[in-house]
Ligand binder design. Structure first.
Ligand SMILES: Nc1ncnc2c1ncn2[C@@H]1O[C@H](COP(=O)(O)OP(=O)(O)OP(=O)(O)O)[C@@H](O)[C@H]1O
Ligand SMILES: [Mg+2]
Length: 267
């Protein structure tokens, strides 16, 4: 289950560079010039208060949201300049190309309720990527086996625990063989006792060298797995750095206040 064609980590060009992303919903400016660079094999954790724009960033990277301006450049393409998307067809094409490079794991697993676990995992490869069914099934079963869910292949999502559902959600993203994995608070909808099993799957993926952007409130986890922490507030990155720096010696007052609120909520 290693990343497809993953070259040596930290190869020269970043896998992804986002520059100056802006996005407004009506009069509400949600992203006000967001920048990000992700190198191959790197894990970036995006933290910040509710409403700061984290999900909008991930959705933009994945082509689910269309920023008003800014550039997303993947090594090997596409390079998308949102201020100059062209006509509707070329805009759609750009979004599709973005979607080909990354896969997203959502807070709520978003599994199709009427499909079995195996069908859920095979859906993207077969319907979108036109992978032959037989091969898609073999790969899906191998992935399910990796996260301890091979015996659930014929179960429906409602028959699984929240942690199992989320592990299927992760497998469904992996089955697309993306270059970049995007996690949007993958454990925040789970009962506390189920959080660990999902974080341990993500840790394994980190150890395997997958490139990831993770939005999470699990600060201890972020500190453990991330190469870089980005603290976002009000649609911009307020502070970025290695975990030891951001968590123990944040430079900005806003970062300090946010960390205090999460780490010491009752004080
Ligand atoms: N489709 C939309 N239409 C209108 N407003 C939106 C839309 N999507 C997001 N917003 C607004 O943009 C702001 C940023 O939302 P976003 O979901 O990116 O924040 P977030 O940092 O992920 O927050 P949370 O931690 O609560 O998930 C919020 O105020 C939200 O209400
Ligand atoms: Mg969010």
């Amino acid at each position: 289950m290693s990343p497809i064609d993953a070259p040596t980590p930290y190869a020269s060009a970043p896998l992804l560079r986002a520059t100056g992303l802006t996005k407004a919903f009506g009069a509400h400016e949600v992203l006000k010039g967001f920048d990000l660079e992700v190198r191959r094999g790197e894990v970036v954790a995006l933290i910040g208060p509710s409403g700061s724009g984290k999900t909008t960033v991930l959705r933009s990277l994945n082509g689910l949201e269309t920023p008003d301006a800014g550039v997303l450049a993947f090594d090997g393409g596409p390079v998308v300049d949102f201020a100059n998307l062209g006509d509707r067809r070329s805009a759609d094409r750009s979004r599709r190309k973005l979607r080909d490079r990354s896969a997203m794991v959502f807070q709520h697993h978003n599994l199709f309720p009427h499909m079995t676990v195996l069908q859920n995992v095979m859906e993207g490869p077969v319907q979108v990527q036109r992978v032959p069914k037989q091969r898609a099934q073999e790969e899906a079963l191998a992935l399910l086996d990796r996260v301890g869910l091979a015996d659930k292949r014929d179960a429906y999502p409602f028959q699984l625990s929240g942690g199992q559902q989320q592990r299927v959600g992760i497998v469904r993203a992996l089955a697309l063989k993306p270059d970049l994995l995007l996690f949007d608070e993958p454990t925040s909808a789970l009962d506390p006792e189920l959080v660990g099993e999902v974080l341990s799957v993500i840790s394994e993926l980190v150890a395997e060298g997958w490139t990831m952007v993770i939005v999470t409130h699990e600060l201890a986890f972020a500190r453990q797995v991330a190469d870089e922490i980005l603290f976002m507030d009000g649609g911009v990155v307020v502070e970025r750095g290695v975990p030891s720096q951001v968590f123990t010696a944040p430079v900005h007052e806003r970062t300090r206040r946010f960390l205090d609120r999460i780490l010491r909520p009752f004080e």
